[in-house]
Design a protein around this ligand. Structure first.
Ligand code: CP
Ligand code: NVA
Length: 306
């Protein structure tokens, strides 16, 4: 088993599927009230340099349910925010805690923590990727559709961290993925290259275009994310104009399969990337998806920290 979760590209197909299976088991056990203190006495440090509702709460509750505890470390409060190096932070925290979840801007900071520290590092979102989110999304798709491989996912919007992790994840599990972004907002070429190379091995069919109608056609799962990611607030006005044709509304959604599910990592901005009739409509599974952050991440922690 890989020692860290930095991107889904680093994980094998088997590691991803095993983790999803464990996530299902942990969810079933939790619903039945069966205790599973796999991480009794262990502590997770959680470094945040960006806001969070789901990631913070699900990791903290998850550690508690696993018999351990979690420490919230805001970058405003720890010395990292005042210029202490990643090298020193990684070495010091490794003496205190059993794993670190970090949400920050630069992917290289997460990679450096893993390089210099002696404990498992979990990526809780960077500007580049959001692997924990996609594991929860996959758990949700399996619950609703019974499988991943052989289905088509459509992502319409910004070529951002969610799009990148979908590329990495879908390529690994053999799920078809169609991404439509506006011109100038395409996915990172390096991520695309890596994903296409993995997709060759699993048979996942990956397409990248500027055409939302083509991307969503006959999709089994349709995914939206905010047009304005954390740190891009100043670009909002400009992006809203450019992205309007990429809004997932009833008309666009009707081009997917009739039983297609609607996914959104949340937080959502109704009236922008998605309309109310879709996100609050009968095909939306957003709250199951949010709940699965808890179960999927518990599985990740058990795999990496037990
Ligand atoms: N989807 C997600 O990561 O949500 P938060 O920003 O609330 O953690
Ligand atoms: N793309 C969004 C995802 C939030 C979970 C962001 O980075 O803000």
């Amino acid at each position: 088993m890989n020692k860290h979760l930095l991107t889904l590209h680093d994980w094998t197909t088997e590691e991803i599927l095993d983790t999803l299976e464990l996530a299902k088991q942990l969810k079933d056990e939790q619903k039945k009230g069966i205790e599973h203190h796999h991480l009794k006495g262990k502590t997770l440090g959680m470094i945040f340099t960006k806001s969070s509702t789901r990631t913070r709460v699900s990791f903290e509750v998850g550690m508690y349910q696993l018999g351990g505890s979690a420490l919230f470390l805001s970058s405003n409060d720890i010395q990292l925010g005042r210029g202490e190096t990643i090298y020193d932070t990684a070495n010091v925290l490794s003496r205190f805690v059993d794993g670190i979840m970090i949400r920050t801007f630069k992917q290289s900071d997460v990679e450096d923590l893993a390089k210099y520290g002696q404990i498992p590092i979990i990526n809780g979102l960077t500007d580049l990727v959001h692997p924990c989110q996609i594991l929860a999304d996959f758990q949700t798709v399996i619950e609703k559709k019974g499988k991943l491989s052989g289905l088509k996912m459509a992502f319409i919007g910004d070529g951002n961290n969610i799009a990148h992790s979908l590329l990495y994840g879908c390529a690994k599990v053999g799920m078809d993925l169609a991404i439509a972004t506006p011109e100038g907002y395409e996915c990172d070429p390096e991520v695309v290259k890596n994903a296409l190379s993995d997709a060759e091995k699993t048979g996942a069919h990956i397409t990248l275009s500027h055409d939302p109608k083509e991307a969503i056609k006959d999709a089994d799962a349709v995914y939206a994310d905010t047009w304005v990611s954390m740190g891009q607030e100043s670009e909002k006005e400009e992006k809203v104009k450019i992205f309007m044709p990429y809004q997932i509304n009833k008309e666009l959604f009707s081009l997917a399969k009739p039983d297609a599910i609607f996914l959104h990592c949340l937080p959502a901005y109704r009236g922008y990337e998605v309309t109310e009739d879709v996100i609050d409509g009968p095909n939306s599974v957003i709250f199951d998806e949010a709940e699965n952050r808890l179960h999927a991440q518990k599985a990740v922690m058990v795999k990496l920290m037990k």
